[in-house]
Design a protein around this ligand. Structure first.
Ligand code: CA2
Length: 150
């Protein structure tokens, strides 16, 4: 069976590259996906990339991803109030990397209080869109080591 990594983005991330470029840069979500897919293709891993602004949809995708090889998620604003997303993340059996494009610790204090971070295996924040690719590379390396256990 082909291993599969989920790349999930939360509310408003469809506008990446079009809004607040001074914070989030000018690359789009399609660019993010292409960079991640370049890694997964090289390792013959399937990449499922999705974005939603609806919490129930994110929850459904996390349930679907429970036994994937790994999840890379930029939950965006869900990380501040998405209790249903938190519960769904806790049900996942695979490693999870929470990614934020901006450095949450250099911004408003409230932005650094992700309620989801404790459910993630690790968090990457402030490395721009490179963070997504690095997260995928990490998940791929885990697969090589142990078959993807958390
Ligand atoms: O830095 C990140 O990746 C964020 O997760 C982006 C979220 C923000 O709420 C977090 O604090 C940090 C979403 C920002 C608003 O949506 C935008 C999406 C694309 C471009 C500009 C804004």
């Amino acid at each position: 069976m082909t291993a599969c990594i989920y790349l999930l983005n939360g509310p408003n991330m469809n506008l990446l590259g079009q809004r607040e470029p001074e914070i989030y840069g000018r690359k789009t979500l399609a660019d993010v996906e292409a960079q991640c897919r370049a890694v997964t293709d090289r390792h013959r891993i399937e990449l499922i990339a999705r974005q939603t602004s609806a919490e129930h949809e994110m929850v459904a995708w996390l349930q679907e991803a429970r036994q994937a090889a790994g999840i890379v998620i930029n939950p965006a604003a869900f990380c501040y109030h998405g209790v249903a997303v938190l519960d769904a993340l806790k049900m996942c059996e695979c490693p999870i990397v929470e990614v934020h494009i901006s450095n949450l610790y250099r911004r408003e204090e409230w932005r650094s209080r992700s309620i989801l971070a404790a459910a993630a295996t690790g968090v990457i924040t402030g490395l721009g869109i490179d963070g997504y690719r690095l997260a995928v590379e990490h998940l791929v390396s885990l697969l090589g080591r142990s078959g993807g256990a958390r």
